[in-house]
Write a protein that binds this ligand. Structure first.
Ligand code: NDP
Ligand code: PYR
Ligand code: MG
Length: 592
């Protein structure tokens, strides 16, 4: 046993018994037994397979820090490596939270959270789950946006898998370098449209890392089953290309065939390595690639585009809930979007689909209740020839209108949705115009991070004289207006993708279907309580997100079984209970 432990600890005789003065290479050993003369020689980096002692404390999957019990300290060679005190995970959470709150700068909090994730994974998730409303803005929008912008500067230990053009032809090998074999969810970006911040190249890695930490914290997917990936084909961001700390390829973006081939190799390698049931979530691709990738791989892989589909599902849920506050049916409302890209057209299409299901009218008809404005003005039929394919269905008969204000005045929408990525575009005039013909205008400022939000919560409530039903992509604090407290909701796809992913995983689904997005949306809308409505909220609080995710997962899984897309048989009788039972919990395990 002792010899086995010796070997596990790395103090193998063949290494230890070497006389330092006659070490390999024949130089002279220093006081540490190391030999300068051998520094140029190649060595084998090697490690042990059972974590114990010093290496156990440095293994984020098993480390418990001061929470190791006396018995564990004896059994796992930890004596002396820790100070004498033993504390509970609850006290560790309390301490971490106390420390985090000392930081005034959000990016410092982000870095502290990333350090914790790298040091003690279970404590990271316990902290995030128990204090989700406080910490979501740290690990996710808005702070993750700043983290991506400064990723090169704050880079310490790599997270996730980087696949660049240099790895072309070897992607399968690269996947095999990842330490985990049983991957269930991959979030992949190419960094070209990171939130509303544009092309951040390889530094977009913060997004897959952040999204996957939410898959675990909010949706209960095991951390070991999550794989963040960044595909680096270069960047067109001149500032990054000149930045000495930039971590990616220093070249302009590859496009066309070169791009398509790398992506194709990646998609094929993922299926070969992990099988057909691994969920691949496309995230923050520019729209000129996003729609094509989704269309191309949705028939051969379990793929989902969060920006197009997840956003659509979350917004539809909010709108269905909002009807309880503003009255009418979906089809009785008129919708205007600022931004006709992935989020805008994705949401528009799902609203039209739901309206069509409710009214039995064809989608071509229900689309007519929905209007979109892009950077060139209102999308109308006279522009059809020059429009990107995803905008064409929205080119309705109308005179050209150049501005959002002009469009609001002529279309008279009851719902205004911002998905442009451009901040402060819902001006006072726009919100006043909305409020002039609607008693309770629904205003969703979806763009992230906070700097890109189409308006602030305060602006929406003040300019509408407290009548707006408002939600935003990034969180805003409650607003006191005319003596009344208004609590804005957060319309963010983080409500949907963790539960949707869990539903796909537990049913063993092999494809994503639009009806699953509707099922997810319906489950979310059902979680909004009378108390939430009384506070003007159209989303439930994030504090109960794991309960929400289980409901979403169950609804999605039920749809997968109904559509014949589920492979995990037999179907569990109680899908909510089953979803809950599958969810990862971060409590420490006891070590024998
Ligand atoms: N809350 C949430 O859950 C989510 C929020 N988002 C946010 O939505 C935003 C957009 O994302 P996405 O749809 O993927 O981006 P896209 O690039 O696909 O689309 C952006 C759209 O906005 C239009 N646009 C840009 N500038 C203006 C302007 N000044 N006036 C009018 N229209 C303008 C573009 O017009 P044109 O086509 O003419 O260039 C394009 O149609 C981002 O900030 C993102 O963070 C995205 C997904 C989820
Ligand atoms: C939330 C999100 O996915 C985005 O802003 O891109
Ligand atoms: Mg996104």
């Amino acid at each position: 046993m002792e010899s086995m432990m010796k070997s596990l600890r790395g103090d193998d005789v063949s290494v230890l018994d070497l006389d330092p003065k006659t070490a390999v290479g024949g130089g002279v050993g220093d006081v540490y037994g190391e030999d300068r003369a051998t520094e140029e020689q190649q060595v084998t980096p090697w490690t042990v397979s059972v974590a114990s002692g010093y290496s156990l404390l440095r293994d984020p999957h098993h480390n418990k820090g001061l929470a190791f019990s006396e018995k564990e300290r004896d059994a796992h060679y930890l004596r002396g490596l820790l100070p004498p005190t033993c504390i509970s995970q609850e006290i560790q959470v309390k301490k971490m939270l106390h420390n985090l709150r000392q930081y005034q700068v959000p990016l410092q909090r982000y870095m502290a959270m990333m350090d914790l994730q790298e040091m003690n994974e279970r404590l990271f998730y316990k902290l995030l789950i128990d204090h989700v409303e406080e910490l979501l803005p740290v690990v996710y929008t808005p702070t993750v946006g700043e983290a991506c912008q400064k990723y090169g500067c704050i880079f310490r230990r790599p997270q996730g898998l980087y696949i660049s053009l240099k790895e072309k032809g070897k992607i399968l090998e690269v996947l095999k370098n990842w330490p985990e074999r049983n991957i269930q969810v991959i979030v992949v970006t190419d960094g070209e449209r990171i939130l509303g911040l544009g092309d951040l190249g390889c530094q977009g890695m913060g997004i897959p890392v952040g999204k996957l930490s939410l898959y675990t914290a909010l949706g209960g997917i095991r951390p070991s089953a999550c794989l963040p990936v960044t595909i680096d084909v270069g960047t067109n961001n001149e500032q990054l290309l000149k930045d000495e700390f930039y971590i990616g390829l220093r070249q302009k973006r590859a496009t066309g065939q070169e791009y398509a081939e790398l992506l194709h190799e990646f998609m094929a390698a993922v299926k070969q390595n992990y099988g057909e049931k691994v969920l691949i979530q496309f995230e923050d691709f520019a729209n000129h690639n996003a729609f094509e990738l989704l269309a191309k791989y949705s028939t051969s892989h379990l793929v989902f585009n969060d920006d197009i589909q997840g956003t659509a599902s979350v917004v539809l849920a909010g709108l269905v809930a909002a009807l309880k506050l503003v009255g009418g049916t979906l089809a009785e409302h008129t919708f205007l979007f600022l931004g006709a890209g992935e989020a805008g057209t994705g949401i528009a299409e799902l609203i039209a689909l739901e309206m069509s299901k409710q009214t039995k009218a064809p989608v071509e008809e229900t689309r007519k209740k929905i209007w979109l404005v892009d950077s060139k003005g209102l999308i109308v039929s006279s522009r059809k020839d020059t429009l990107q394919h995803f905008k064409k269905p929205w080119a309705h008969e109308h005179e050209p209108v150049d501005t959002l204000l002009g469009a609001v005045k002529t279309i008279k929408p009851t719902v205004l949705i911002g998905s442009s990525g451009v901040g402060r575009t819902f001006t006072k005039e726009v919100i006043e115009a909305m409020s002039s013909f609607t008693e309770k205008p629904v205003i969703l400022a979806l763009s992230n991070p906070t700097s890109q939000s189409e308006c602030t919560a305060e602006e929406a409530y003040t300019w509408s004289k407290g009548r707006a039903i408002f939600a935003s992509g990034s969180p805003f604090d409650p607003v006191l207006y005319n003596g009344k407290l208004f609590v804005p909701g957060q319309a963010n796809n983080a409500y949907i993708f963790p539960g949707l992913g869990l539903g796909l995983v537990i049913s063993g689904a092999i494809r994503v279907h639009d009806d699953m997005l509707l099922a997810a949306s319906e489950a979310l809308a059902q979680q909004v309580t009378q108390e939430n409505f009384a506070n003007g909220l159209i989303y439930p609080p994030f504090s109960i997100i794991r309960k929400i995710s289980a409901q979403i997962a169950a609804n999605v899984a039920a749809k997968a079984y109904e559509l014949g897309l589920a492979t995990r048989l037999p179907r569990p009788a109680d899908l909510v209970k089953y979803a809950e039972s599958c969810m990862y919990t971060p409590a420490y395990r006891s070590y024998r």
